[in-house]
Design a binder for this molecule. Structure first.
Ligand code: SF4
Length: 1011
């Protein structure tokens, strides 16, 4: 967060009053005169030049600060400042490592002012990176299981032993055509495509992600509108900012967005926040709406209806850019095919979504909703919006929350405008790598099952059930920045399959720290934290494109001093490695002679027959694939790689504006075909440097021509990467794949809608972040743990009185469909009556007798399986202990919360595939024998709930209109070859004509789960 200037001090250039500077200068002069009069040397401060918010980059080789511990002596410390990228959330803010020139160690991390996204600022988690680097409990050497899985018995091995064993397994699986038995499951990627590229080089469709327990609900709504699955709001220039989440404190691209929202507020922007909790974000809002969970889409539609009924929408934008003609042609074929007629239809489509209707659904007064709608309407094209996890991740049909939110943007014409919302791919840059392996020829049914043809991402959280059903087995399963037992719902089902060697032959954890999942691994291989590894990344944080470089900072520092470093293990603690070098080495050992065709993608171009190095990999990328970087580097006499090692980030463009309205150049128009709806296909190849048409680009036409644009009023413009080339108000994909009733932005009543709750049930919000923690990665940062370490259950006073919960701190039992957890109550008016909330960041644990992980956060537990299922009990809380870090003896807290996710069954949305996190629960005072942190789970019941939700799907074999498993135009990491999309024999095919009729914004009843 930006730091306000201190009183009486020139905090940033241009902020202090001239008089203040004059006074300060006079005081410094007086001090100098007085000191020199005493015959002493005047110490003019370490910066020598001026007071500054950030160290100027010209002085990063030798930055001087005083040691705070030596005060009042002026003990100067000399630092080399080396940029890298924070890895404590997805924002990828720039960090500067302060490398002590005397000790060669990193002293601290602060913000990198040269980073265009974060602009020198960080949240608390950025500087806490130093805790992770110096964590006394981190894993420093490769380990192999030495007893039964989960027994906690380990032996240290060499990297060679680990590599040879894994390479032999993978080589055998590939050679025996068991490619689908290899899987790499990634929590936070933190990079753009490296792992996918490795898997493609192996010919394996083995990429799995965490996205369907995170953001795919939000993504789906945006994807169906614009062919790109993420919004990029231009917060800084907005007049109205509309957030469906706690975005300002903990949202996606948290710090870079938060500082721009703050900037907009300072310029008078209004902030509207939909959040059932009184989050820090809600507390800063001009309008805080605390809706009944799941009613957010109804609120959006009421606002949209106001814009339509009052004629306060951008008619010209809607006429030009919505696919209204497709909609009329398909759903109203006998009616006039004119825009005027579409407007008549539109006026009726959402008429039922009055403020009164939305008030009844949400519990928010209709007059408040009307006032908010008026503010939204006044924003015009400066309406910036964001919806990511939150409601979109909580509810059955949550993807319609983001789809209805973008309906507001699309009505206002606030799409890719200054202060509006862009498709993220226009504000992100992914460079081409040195080698591009072909797409895999196989299809991984364990990640992309036939039941979920429209799933936004891999059905990762169903993996235990698929394995238990015998849909496949895994020979070698890697996890990376991922802790599936702890992060997912139904974690004990995960534990059951991860401990079954018939289902998972070899389980490998690539991780810097022990975790609930790593306990059950066969190999635990130590990987570097953010300042110990290489990655590139680029994220949509404003209207521009930048690329950032994460690097091992001690490597860069020592290279600046003239050393040659060839392997990150030479500078990292212990034998900690980085994944890029690990994957290159492993790929070579899988295919030592190149006969499998794998090695070629990990070979040097400059030195054929030798291994690719990370220097060559990134050097080639920065030289050949990042426009403007070579020229910029040359101005300082540096190579592009040297420039990125020195500054850490490069801005490629800014103020791109709306790419959809750019004319397609004549050079791209060759042997053109134009459909009746105006989609333009061309036989011309894509321009070499094109980053304009992103990964989700639609399929070629039957003649193999590329979709290049769309005809609008006689001009061929770039358009959007959707099937129609326009914004898809009506989705031909949803209509054609068995969901015609949801083809329009609409309202699907949640699985926790009040109509579906028993009288004694309430809604549990379980997904909110705390600003100073992040899932499974930050628990080994002691500063953060001191700030936030527990997760009480928020309960409104009225509910507490109803349940007989007398006071904050009393134990409550929260009963889910498959078990219960016991936690402390926090009685607060900051939550809506009838709703309880519990953050998902807490409740870390380690098995009694297992290695110590996250010593400041993980309670020691006992875990047993009996006739009624699993039971977990805390055996010992966090306590102070002796370690290499004296601070571990100063831990004053013991309550580290409860692991509530274990007690949740899976709730896969039948369309987006998103796990719908909200829970219908019963809350009551704990039983006399209950203890804080107790968990009970029946995994047989969890399987039954899985089957109920699975029954809601429309499998591809029943609905596919063209014999494929999935629409090829939808985004998919590591897309296989077209042949692999074909339905397998016997899966069936619906054939064309699964009627698109019946599109209705309120038609959500078909996806009700059996409760
Ligand atoms: S928002 Fe905080 S945790 Fe996330 S990258 Fe930036 S500094 Fe790191």
């Amino acid at each position: 967060m930006p730091r306000p200037p201190r009183r009486g001090r020139a905090g940033r250039a241009g902020r202090a009053k001239p008089g203040l500077l004059d006074a300060l200068g006079a005081r410094v002069s007086a001090a100098r005169a007085a000191t020199e009069a005493r015959g002493e040397t005047f110490y003019q401060g370490p910066s020598r030049v001026h007071l500054a918010s950030f160290p100027p980059k010209e002085r990063w080789d030798d930055w001087v600060e005083l040691s705070s511990r030596a005060w009042p002596a002026a003990d100067e410390r000399h630092y080399m400042l080396v940029p890298t990228t924070c890895f404590n959330c997805e924002s990828a803010c720039g960090l500067l490592a302060y490398v002590d020139r005397q000790t060669g160690r990193v002293r601290k991390f602060e913000g990198n002012p040269e980073h265009p996204g974060s602009r020198g600022r960080n949240c608390a988690k950025g500087p806490a990176t130093i805790n992770q680097v110096t964590d006394p409990d981190r894993i420093l050497y490769p380990m192999r299981r030495a007893g039964p899985r989960g027994s906690g018995q380990w032996e240290r091995i060499t990297w060679d032993e680990a590599l040879d064993a894994l390479a032999a397994r993978i080589r055998a699986a590939i050679s025996q055509d068991r490619r689908n038995e290899i899987m790499v499951h990634i929590g936070r990627p933190g990079e753009d495509g490296y792992t996918e590229r490795v898997l493609a080089s192996w010919g394996v469709d083995g990429h799995n992600s965490h996205t369907n327990v995170c953001s795919s609900g939000g993504r789906t709504g945006f994807q169906f509108w614009m062919g790109i699955d993420r919004p990029s709001p231009d917060h800084a220039n907005a007049k109205v900012i509309y957030l469906i989440s706690a975005h300002l404190e903990s949202g996606h691209y948290f710090n870079p967005h938060a500082q721009r929202i703050t900037q907009a507020r300072a310029n008078g922007a209004k902030v509207i926040v939909l959040d059932t909790r009184l989050s820090n974000t809600a507390s800063q809002a001009d309008y805080w709406l605390s809706p009944q969970p799941g009613s957010e889409a109804a609120i959006n539609l009421a606002i949209a209806n106001h814009l339509i009924q009052a004629g306060r929408y951008d008619r010209e934008f809607v006429r030009q850019w919505w696919n209204w003609a497709d909609y009329l042609a398909t759903c109203h074929p006998g009616r006039p095919q004119t825009f005027e007629h579409f407007e008549e239809v539109l006026a009726g489509l959402y008429a039922e979504f009055t403020f009164e209707y939305a008030a009844a659904e949400s519990g928010i007064d209709a007059t408040v909703l009307a006032e908010v709608a008026d503010v939204v309407a006044g924003a015009g094209t400066r309406f910036a919006c964001h919806c990511w996890r939150s409601a979109a991740a909580g509810n059955l049909g949550g993807w319609q929350v983001s789809r209805t939110l973008f309906l507001i943007s699309a009505l206002l014409g606030a799409v890719a405008t200054e202060g509006g919302t862009f498709p993220n791919a226009w504000n992100k840059f992914v460079p081409r790598p040195i080698h591009v392996p072909p797409h895999p020829r196989v299809w991984q049914d364990l990640s992309w099952p036939l039941e979920y043809p429209l799933a936004q991402n891999e059905m990762s959280f169903l993996l235990p059930h698929f394995l238990a059903e015998g849909r496949g087995r895994l020979d070698t399963y890697f996890i990376r920045v991922y802790n599936p037992v702890w992060t997912n719902p139904d974690g004990l089902s995960w534990m059951e399959v991860l401990t079954d060697e018939h289902k998972v032959g070899c389980f490998v954890a690539l991780t810097p720290t022990w975790s609930e999942s790593a306990y059950f691994a066969d190999y635990v291989l130590p990987m570097g934290h953010g300042p110990e590894r290489h990655d590139t990344h680029s994220y949509e944080q404003y209207n521009g494109q930048w690329i950032g470089f994460r690097q091992p900072v001690l490597r860069a520092a020592r290279e600046r001093l003239g050393e040659q470093i060839t392997d990150s293990r030479q500078v990292n603690p212990g034998e900690v490695w980085e994944e890029n070098e690990f994957w290159i080495e492993l790929s070579w050992r899988i295919d030592p002679d190149g006969s499998l065709g794998i090695r070629q993608y990990h070979e040097s171009r400059a030195r054929p027959g030798e291994k690719l190095t990370v220097d060559e990999y990134y050097g080639w990328m920065f030289e050949h694939s990042v426009p403007g970087l070579p020229e910029r580097a040359a101005t300082e006499g540096l190579t592009p790689l040297q420039w990125m090692r020195r500054y850490g980030a490069f801005e490629i463009t800014s103020q791109n504006g709306g790419l959809h309205s750019q004319p397609v150049p004549a050079s791209e128009l060759e042997d053109v075909a134009i459909t009746a709806a105006g989609r333009v296909y061309s036989a011309a190849g894509a321009p070499a440097d094109s980053n304009i048409v992103p990964a989700g680009a639609p399929e070629p036409d039957a003649a193999g021509r590329r979709a290049v644009g769309v005809r609008v009023d006689g001009q061929v413009l770039r358009g959007f990467p959707t099937p129609s080339g326009r914004l898809e108000f009506w989705s031909s994909t949803l209509a054609g794949w068995g969901w015609p009733e949801h083809a329009l932005p609409g309202y699907i009543k949640s699985h926790v809608h009040p109509d579906r709750l028993a009288p004694d049930q309430m809604v549990l919000l379980s997904t909110f972040r705390l600003p100073t923690q992040i899932h499974t990665r930050s628990a080994n940062a002691k500063w953060l743990d001191e700030l936030a370490h527990t997760n009480p259950v928020w309960i409104h006073p009225a509910d507490a009185a109803r349940f007989g919960i007398a006071a904050t701190g009393d134990l409550v039992r929260v009963e889910t469909e498959i078990g219960y957890f016991v936690a402390k109550a926090w009685i607060t008016e900051g939550i809506r009556p009838g709703v309880v909330a519990c953050s998902h960041h807490m409740g870390r644990w380690r098995l009694d007798g297992g290695p110590r992980a996250a010593g400041a956060m993980a309670a020691t537990v006992g875990l047993h399986r009996g006739p009624g299922g699993w039971r977990m009990q805390h055996r010992a809380p966090v306590r102070p202990y002796v370690s290499a870090d004296p601070d571990t003896q100063r831990f004053w807290w013991s309550d580290t919360g409860v692991h509530q996710n274990l007690t949740f069954p899976v709730h896969p949305d039948p369309i987006s595939g998103m796990h719908c996190w909200h829970q219908a629960v019963r809350v009551r005072p704990a039983d006399p024998g209950d203890r804080h942190g107790d968990i009970a789970v029946d995994t047989a019941a969890a399987r039954e709930v899985y089957r109920q939700w699975l029954a809601l799907t429309h499998p591809a074999g029943q609905v596919s209109p063209d014999g494929t498993r999935r629409p090829r135009w939808l985004m998919r990491p590591l897309k296989p070859v077209p042949d692999a999309f074909r339905l397998p024999d016997g899966a069936g095919q619906a054939g064309p004509g699964q009627g698109p009729a019946g599109a209705s914004p309120g038609g959500g009843q078909r996806v009700e789960p059996d409760r």
